[in-house]
Design a protein around this ligand. Structure first.
Ligand SMILES: *Cc1c(COP(=O)(O)O)cnc(C)c1O
Length: 451
């Protein structure tokens, strides 16, 4: 097969051939006997196109990764330039400009609180690194009993064996439960749990109290608490008050436990600030980034950490070093895409312009906010979520798939989680696209919610 033939497969064959040879993620493959598999030939801005020219507005940023649209001219240009310079070099014993610049720029964004960046390629690996690094830092400090981790109810931190152990989403976890090292699961500060007269802050306090009870008993054995700051995305966009993060930081300090902030989904401006932690005015001991950091172009993840953690490994002794590695650690192309992404944040004052964009979409979605079949309409930064009120168990069980299919017919890509519909669009929606997205989301909801 010549190189040109790779790109000139008859498009009518794509779906059949894919279902034969590609094992798709997070999918019961048999469902594709009835649910269509959608071939994508190209993308531009917020739109994805199939080979026949049918388009879909990518309202979930291609699994929460795309920030500035598909085929973004500035990221494309940076990558084309990087391709002719250096595509990859190992990062053990070698270094290169993109990885240095990226580490420095990210560190600056934390006011140099988190000045050391360790790289991998996917989010789950960043979580593995943070867990291992926390454990090893304690061990190097002589605290060998600190081997356990705490996560929140409904938490999602990835699906490799270590990350799955701190994940509390049944569908991902149940089948593999017996393979995992159990973590402590504590109350989530999810504000939807507010009882009559309670505020989101009250729920945050209750959740922090529950955590403190565990720490009082167990802190000597706990290495770290891992949290998705402000929004627990994969469990269904469960949002909490920033107060929880403040209290969490205090508890971690008081009981000598590390704080791992998994900002893989909520980082890079998704919640309104570059890092979600900024809204609570705290820094964690470890901060994980992935997804949006490369603009949604290339697999890249990293763990940022404090000077004290770095120093805990700094020694003549090789066994005290952090001996974790991935072949593509700090890949230059991925780092260059990330640098181009950070440049766009700066050049376009993205965090600022997103505020106007977000206000506009929140306004356009008001018919849903006040709909009698909607509960907990909750915008936060560039995330919008609401829960559909459905009594019939069969309607509830099929809601997500029916909504997805109906939205596709309206040229919108949306995949509800259970009865939670959420929008997580790229940061480039125009006014027209905002109106189109809101109108059609409302229309699809009306269609699906009325039996
Ligand atoms: C997606 C996600 C991960 C895992 O990232 P992958 O790249 O899919 O492995 C971890 N934590 C959070 C909060 C995520 O949203």
């Amino acid at each position: 097969m010549s190189i040109s033939q790779v790109t000139s497969m008859p498009t009518s064959d794509w779906v059949t051939r894919s279902l034969h040879s590609v094992w798709h993620p997070c999918t019961q493959m048999q469902h594709h006997e009835t649910v269509p598999l959608i071939p994508v030939s190209h993308g531009k801005g917020v739109w994805l196109y199939d080979p026949d020219g049918k388009r879909y507005l990518d309202a979930i940023s291609s699994w929460w990764v795309n920030l500035f649209g598909h085929a973004n001219p500035r990221i494309n240009a940076a990558l084309k330039d990087q391709l002719d310079r250096l595509e990859h070099a190992m990062l053990a014993g070698f270094t290169h400009e993109p990885v240095i610049q990226l580490s420095e720029r990210l560190s600056t964004l934390t006011g140099n609180a988190l000045g050391h960046c360790f790289y991998a390629s996917d989010g789950a690996s960043a979580v593995e690194i943070a867990l291992k690094m926390s454990f090893h830092a304690w061990r190097n400090a002589g605290e060998t009993k600190k081997q356990e981790f705490i996560c929140l109810k409904g938490s999602y931190h990835g699906e490799t064996i270590g990350a799955l152990a701190v994940t509390d989403v049944a569908i991902f976890r149940d089948a593999y439960g017996s393979l995992l090292r159990n973590a402590h699961v504590v109350m989530s500060p999810d504000a939807r749990q507010a009882q009559a007269g309670e505020t989101a802050e009250d729920v945050a306090r209750r959740a922090a109290d529950a955590l403190e009870t565990l720490l009082q008993e167990r802190a000597d054995n706990i290495a770290a608490v891992i949290v998705e700051p402000l929004v627990q995305c994969a469990t269904g966009m469960a949002m909490h008050d920033p107060l929880y993060l403040k209290l969490l930081r205090q508890l971690c300090d008081r009981y000598s436990v590390h704080l791992i902030a998994d900002e893989i989904a909520v980082g890079c401006g998704r919640t309104g600030t570059f890092f979600a932690c900024e809204q609570a005015n705290i820094w964690p001991d470890f901060l994980c980034l992935s997804k949006g950091i490369s603009g949604g172009y290339l697999p890249l993840s990293l763990v940022m950490t404090r000077e004290e953690i770095f120093q805990a490994f700094y020694s003549e002794d090789v066994t005290r070093a952090f001996l974790h590695s991935h072949s593509y650690t700090g890949n230059p192309l991925a780092c260059r895409a990330a640098l181009a992404t950070l440049e766009i944040f700066e050049a376009d004052t993205v965090l600022q312009t997103n505020r106007a964009r977000a206000a506009c979409l929140t306004q356009a979605l008001q018919p849903l906010a006040t709909h009698d079949k909607v509960r907990h309409f909750r915008p936060r930064g560039m995330i919008w979520a609401f829960d559909a009120l459905i009594d019939d168990p069969h309607q509830l069980a099929t809601f997500s798939r029916r909504f997805f299919a109906a939205a596709l017919k309206q040229e919108i890509l949306l995949r509800p989680i259970g009865n939670t519909v959420y929008l997580m669009p790229p940061y480039i929606l125009s006014e027209d696209e905002i109106a189109l997205l809101a109108d059609r989301t409302i229309a699809v909801f009306e269609e699906i919610i009325t039996p």
